[in-house]
Design a protein around this ligand. Sequence first.
Ligand code: ATP
Length: 434
Amino acid sequence: MSATAGNASGAGAGAEVIAGLARLPGGCELLALATEREDVALVGGAVRDLLLVRTPRELDVVVDGAAAAFAQELAGALAALGGGAPSSTGHQRFGTALVVWEGGRIDIAERRAESYPSPGALPEVRAGTLEEDLARRDFTVNAIAVPLSGRLAGELLCAEHAQEDLREGRLRVLHEGSFLDDPTRLLRLARYSARLGFKAEPRTAELASEALATGALDTVSRARIGAELRLALAESDAVAALGAISELGALTAIERRLRLDESLARRALALLPADGRPDLLLMASLLLPLSIDPDEDPEPVMFELLDGLEFTAGDRECVMRTALVAPGLFKELSLAAKPSEMHEALSAHTIEAIALGGAMGEGTSSVTAEAEIWFERLRHVHLEITGQDLLDAGIPAGPQVGWRLTHALARKLDGELGGGREAEITAALELDVR
Ligand code: ATP
């Protein structure tokens, strides 16, 4: 495939992209630097989003070489704007660099051509032309570039069908072997369809089904699948992205027991407080069928799955603890009559587990209401006194200090104490520990 220079409307669209870029943070600095050389082009998602009049999440730029040096120059230009110092990091081996600053992130890559030594393997990479760089991309709507400098400055260069696909809201692969070369594109297809509201073009939909049916996702490393799954979990409507992945059949291709219950997931997200992690809650919700499978110990299966997908140890722990305890928490919540009983049932668990357990009470609105009360009020209730206050009051060091504090907290939670430290100390001392 070769990219074609835009026609008159392509040139108009290219000018639109440049005008849009100039309005974005860092856009003017990028354009100014580009005029000093011949090879800078804005590519991929940033061009797509500007043409769709959406705000790009980041800027992707290609140059013909020395990406790291360009990143440093750009970071210098952005530093002159004041504010936090931009950082630039380069990966010489991959010919890529990244500038991160308070206005966002700008990815810089040396133009490259790719070929796949075998299906699902990492591509072999060599320096390439802009046309070749576009030809290695996933979908026509991403195979678009606008050179910011040089002979073609302001032209829209794009893969065949790219402009009509953007207009019509279609996702189309660039060639028949695309999903087999890189099966992570199956997850990307679903993610873009949810985010942009685009539909797979019929032949692309057929190729995706065929690739899934022949087990294409088994040819790619779990780490790469994990990376794509995390991008889906980080989407602003992650439930829609997971829904599209599920509908495509890619969720069960990753692990046959993964299931998305969209309405449960949305209810749980609605309960989750701002200090929770929606991505981990959603991942845990996918694992619920494993938690309640009576025939298998779920823990090692979850561990192996999440470890293979390269969730960090902390995230893996949170997902597992959430998925493993949420169904039981639902039961405990329905039995807890008093705030102190809710505290006993909930205080040791992740907030993601409590939100998920609370959301499992569809039709049992009292459970959801209890989770809400926990998040809004009860989890913030603490004693003013500490163990030291009890030692000072003559209680000997040992486990009874903890029991007495727990007792005082339970009475405070149940609204049985007047305010202040004295009431708490009196409550702690009244416990009979003989
Ligand atoms: P976002 O809008 O979320 O930043 P994006 O559309 O820019 O996303 P990225 O994941 O940042 O996408 O990737 C940048 C570009 O690299 C894409 O637009 C696409 O052209 C290309 N790309 C990324 N992953 C693949 C892949 N697996 N196969 C082919 N091209 C890819």
